[in-house]
Design a protein around this ligand. Sequence first.
Ligand code: NDP
Length: 295
Amino acid sequence: MSPSNSILTGRDIRMAHLIDGNACADQQCARLSASVAALTHGGHTPTLAVILVGENPASLLYVRNKTRACQRVGVRHEQHLLPSDATESAVLTLIAQLNEREAIDAILVQLPLPPQIRTEQVIAAIDPSKDVDGFHPVNVGRLMLGLPGPRPCTPLGIMALLETTGVPLPGATATVVGRSAIVGKPIAQLLINADVTVTMCHSKTRALADHVRTADIVVAAIGRPQYVQGTWIKPGAIVIDVGINRQPDGTIVGDVDRATAAHAGHITPVPGGVGPMTIAMVLQNCVMLAKQRLQ
Ligand code: NDP
């Protein structure tokens, strides 16, 4: 980008504007409540089936949060709890049943799964038209091709948060740190689809700071507490901190050292940034899949 249309234009070094993920998620949920009410009035309540294998405390918490969110917008919610020693075939049988059931619009398998169960087999077994997380290979392919389909929820939430900044994306540069299939790769693809020029970084990247320094938008999704230093961030840049890292004292911090990033233009807090939007996007995908199935 030329300096005249850069994201930095008109911004001095000052306190970064906090992107409020809770407020954005609240607005999203209000919109969805209206859609769900209309669908319910028409005779079908969007319905999400959640499969949880084992009792991983973090997974239990995520499922509880998703349940609450469903209740909040009126999405019907069905929980299938399997013991931690459940076999892969038990999970596949359950998914086959949920695929068949007309009442079910969306299926979510809470990850991670216990080691005896192959995640890729389980994801591939979900009917792509009920794949609320957008992880099925068919939907990953649709994302790559820019075709419509459910998109992974965290990246979708990030795109909605970027929109709230009002900063135009076409022509901007982004550095995505982390290349997981659930965050890094799909957010990079969504950004490319939005005409952003994207650099992907990972644990083997040399001179990571230099890649971050050039970016108008930084997405940090590595799972390392406060690893990305504020000194790496270009003044005025948008910083999306996806990390959720529990500290020994119980507090949760992101992947970015926010204390040293006050010169960013916009930054997501942790908690209260990307996390609430991920859940809102699960609901959005569920409602979208329900509408598509009704058509
Ligand atoms: P993964 O562990 O699957 O992937 C981490 C990625 O970070 C890998 O690509 C890895 O590189 C890269 N990485 C690790 N260390 C470094 C480093 N020093 N420099 C550069 N890259 C590095 O994590 P996830 O993508 O699943 O999650 C990332 C974080 O986001 C976690 O804290 C997780 O809890 C959080 N998260 C938050 C969500 C939310 O809703 N807010 C949703 C999902 C995740 P390599 O591939 O080379 O190993």
